[in-house]
Every structure is written in C-alpha cells, then in structure tokens.
Design a protein around this ligand. Structure first.
Ligand SMILES: Cc1cc2nc3c(=O)[nH]c(=O)nc-3n(C[C@H](O)[C@H](O)[C@H](O)COP(=O)(O)OP(=O)(O)OC[C@H]3O[C@@H](n4cnc5c(N)ncnc54)[C@H](O)[C@@H]3O)c2cc1C
Length: 387
C-alpha cells in the first residue's frame, strides 16, 4: 500500500454494481475490503444496461473492461423514433463520439456486468459476506463499526472507513441521519429480455410517444434484445422487479407502430419497477462513513446514468483516498467532487422524463429540434461523457 493512502481497510455495504466497483477500486490502492451483501447469493435482475464512455473509461482503468466487453455489445448508433408511426426522427452514429471520448458506448445484460465485476473484485482479494445485513453504524476509537447480522446471528465488523452502497432505500443513509425518502416519478418501467437471432445492425432505439416511451437494444453478445417500456402511473406503486402484467404493456402501446407491437408481443414475460429517485442530498457522509451509487444519488433512468455514476463514484473515492493522508478528509473531498455533478444529473434526468412523454404541439416542437440536432444528439451530453 502506498504511504499516502488514508485508510487500511474498508467495509462496503451492498454488492451491487456500485459496491463491487468500489471494492475493485479500493483493492487497487491496497485497502483490505469486506463487502456485506444481504442477499444469500450474488445476483442481478434480468434486464439490460447502457454504459456510456464516462463509465467504460473507469472500467478500463480498473482492468475489467475486456471482461465486460465479452458479453456486451458495441452499438453502432442511437436512433430516436416516433412511437406511433415508427418513423425515424434522428440518428446519431456512436463511432465519432467513441473516438472523441476515447472509450466506448456499451450495452450489456446487467447479470453479465455484475458477474464480471464480482469476479474481478474477488480475484483482486475482496471478501464478500453474503446473507449479511447491515442494521447500524457506530463510530468508535478512530474506527467505524458495522452492526450486522447473518443467519440471525450478530456479525461484528469494523474498519477504517465504511461505504454505504446499499441502493436507493439505503440503511446506511438513514443511519447517517438523512431523512430523504425515494420520490415516486409517476412512471412504471416494464422490462423484458427477448431471445433474438442477430437482427442486422446493433442500435439503441428510443421510441417516443405521449405518456410513454420505449428503449430497445441488443444484449448477451447480440443473442437477445432488451426492452424497457416506460408508462405513466399516477398512483404511487412500491414495486421493485415484480412480475408485470403483459396485458398492461400491450394496452399501453396498442396504438403504436406495428414494429413496436410485434416486438412487445414477443416478450416471454415482463418485470415491473416503480421509478423513484431521491432529491439531491445536502451532504453525504459524516466522520468515517460515506455513501456511493443510488444510496447517495438515486436518479431516474432517463439519462442512463445511475450505474455509470456509481462507477464514477468508485474511481473518485479511490483517488481521494490516495490524495489525502486523513480518512475523514479524503471522504469529504470525494463528496465535494461528486455531489455537484451527480445532483445536476439527478435534476436533468427528471427533466428528460418530462420531455420524453410530451404530447401534441410540445411533442411536435421537441421532434423538430431533434431532427435539426440529428447526428449531434450525443454532443448535448458532452459534459457527462467526457468526464
Ligand atoms: C428501468 C431502469 C433502467 C436503468 N437503466 C440504466 C442504464 O441504462 N444505465 C445506467 O447507468 N443505469 C441505469 N439504471 C440505474 C441503475 O440500475 C442503478 O443506478 C444502479 O444499479 C445502482 O447500483 P447500486 O450498486 O448503487 O445499487 P443497487 O444495485 O440497488 O445495489 C445495492 C445492493 O445493496 C444490497 N443491500 C441493501 N441494503 C442492504 C443492507 N442493509 N445490508 C447489506 N446489503 C444491503 C442490495 O441487496 C443490493 O445488492 C436503470 C435503472 C432502472 C430502474
């Protein structure tokens, strides 16, 4: 371990994409890392994920991008379509942007990304404690103690620092005194993975319509298509990866283009998520504890940045721990770098959700702007992808 690193060991709570990337980043700078995961087995939901260059650059620096690419797909273009007619509104090739940012746009099944990160974190020497649920956090004698249990038995653990990567309903966040509750966005996301022979050019397609949108892209090396169908739902629904009614999806898109209805009809089943984010937090951590990923900045998926920002957090935390000799200073420095950027993305993701679902003249104006923007669609997010 380098003399400058501000901590010798870390407890990471949560073995999601954020927690595993964090473990990898901290192992690379020499910390002993234990990850507490409440689930009895490492698993991810059956859905896809887009990863943008700001995230794939970090994965490359952490030495895991090649493994991730084995199951991922490099899409050729982003196409924005009219949902009702199936007509193309705008198309933007990824190649020029990939060259400019020096890292690829990637689409992948979440289980494939999660598996690659878990293997890399374990190969790097992280200890993953499955079935271990964090219940409380206590600072003590320059250490931070986790009050955890496994199989009904107490599991005492302590380390120099603790990172809450335990998702949008974070226990660590509540333990650190935050009262922020997830905010329902009046949207449900129905997701399906549809087995599919390789069908021409791999593209990310975004179909827009009043009160609904649909995103499709290939995953599993192109053997399947991932579908995310987002619809309006005003009643707050506490749903997280529950079976979704196929008839609801078909009804919501019944007046859309033939190609959309045909694709949706091919899904063997859907799972349904209520879409939630949190308001940007005024601070993240305190003392020797901090937050990372959705626990810190749960955001709506309308910029495809939740996992990407968790991955960025991990890299930034590793860097801060190397740059500061004191652990608390390092954690506050990490938060100072990450909070403004993630808060801006949280806000812009909310705004995008409104724009995607416009109707009537407002939708007409949006589509006119998109047509004019054309091949420069990606440039609008230069500030995200170039970081
Ligand atoms: C419909 C949809 C589409 C999306 N698409 C994209 C996309 O294209 N690109 C993108 O970048 N992002 C996308 N996201 C966002 C992305 O999925 C999340 O931001 C990301 O998975 C968050 O990772 P995380 O590790 O912070 O949290 P999580 O994945 O929620 O992981 C938290 C982990 O902590 C564990 N845990 C919780 N509490 C405890 C406890 N008390 N003790 C121990 N363990 C605990 C949980 O079991 C879990 O394993 C999308 C989200 C949705 C809903």
């Amino acid at each position: 371990m380098s003399a400058q690193v501000a901590a010798r060991d870390a407890l990471v709570v949560g073995a999601g994409i954020g927690g595993l990337t964090c473990a990898l980043a901290l192992r690379r700078i020499g910390l002993d890392v234990s990850i507490l995961e409440q689930a009895p087995a490492l698993q991810e939901v059956g859905a896809g994920l887009q990863l943008t260059p700001n995230a794939t650059r970090v994965l490359r620096n952490l030495g895991v991008l090649d493994a991730v690419l084995q199951a991922g797909v490099l899409p050729a273009a982003l196409e924005v379509m009219e949902g009702r007619t199936g007509r193309l509104i705008a198309r933007c090739d990824y190649a020029p942007a990939t060259a400019r940012y020096g890292a690829p746009f990637l689409v992948i099944h979440r289980a494939d990304l999660h598996g690659a990160l878990a293997r890399a974190a374990q190969d790097a020497g992280s200890r993953i404690l499955l079935g271990a649920s964090l219940e409380g956090v206590e600072a003590d004698n320059g250490k931070i103690a986790a009050i955890a249990s496994r199989g009904g038995e107490p599991l005492p653990l302590e380390a120099d620092i603790l990172i809450g990567a335990d998702g949008i309903r974070s226990t660590v966040r509540a333990q650190l005194g935050h009262s922020a509750m997830p905010v329902f966005a009046s949207r449900l996301a129905y997701r399906a993975t549809i087995p599919s022979p390789h069908e021409g050019e791999p593209v990310v397609r975004l179909y827009l319509g009043a009160d609904a949108h649909l995103v499709t892209y290939p995953v599993q090396s192109g053997d399947a298509i991932n579908v995310v169908a987002v619809v309006k739902e005003d009643r707050p629904v506490a749903r997280w990866s529950e079976p979704g009614e196929t008839s609801t999806v078909h009804a919501a898109f019944s007046a859309w283009a033939d190609e959309v209805r045909a694709l949706l009809a091919r899904a063997p089943d859907y799972r349904c998520w209520g879409l939630y984010d949190i308001d940007p937090l005024p601070r993240w951590g305190t003392g020797r504890s901090t937050l990372l990923g959705d626990a810190a900045h749960g955001m709506l998926p309308f910029l495809a940045q939740g996992a990407a920002q968790a991955i960025e957090d991990a890299s930034s935390l590793g860097q801060a721990l190397q740059e500061h000799a004191d652990a608390e200073q390092a954690l506050r420095a990490y938060e100072a770098v990450r909070r403004p950027r993630t808060a801006r993305i949280q806000r812009e993701a909310r705004a995008n959700g409104m724009v995607y679902h416009l109707a009537g003249p407002a939708a007409f104006a949006r589509d006119a702007v998109l047509r004019l923007t054309g091949s420069h669609l990606i440039d609008r997010y230069d500030w995200i992808y170039s970081a």
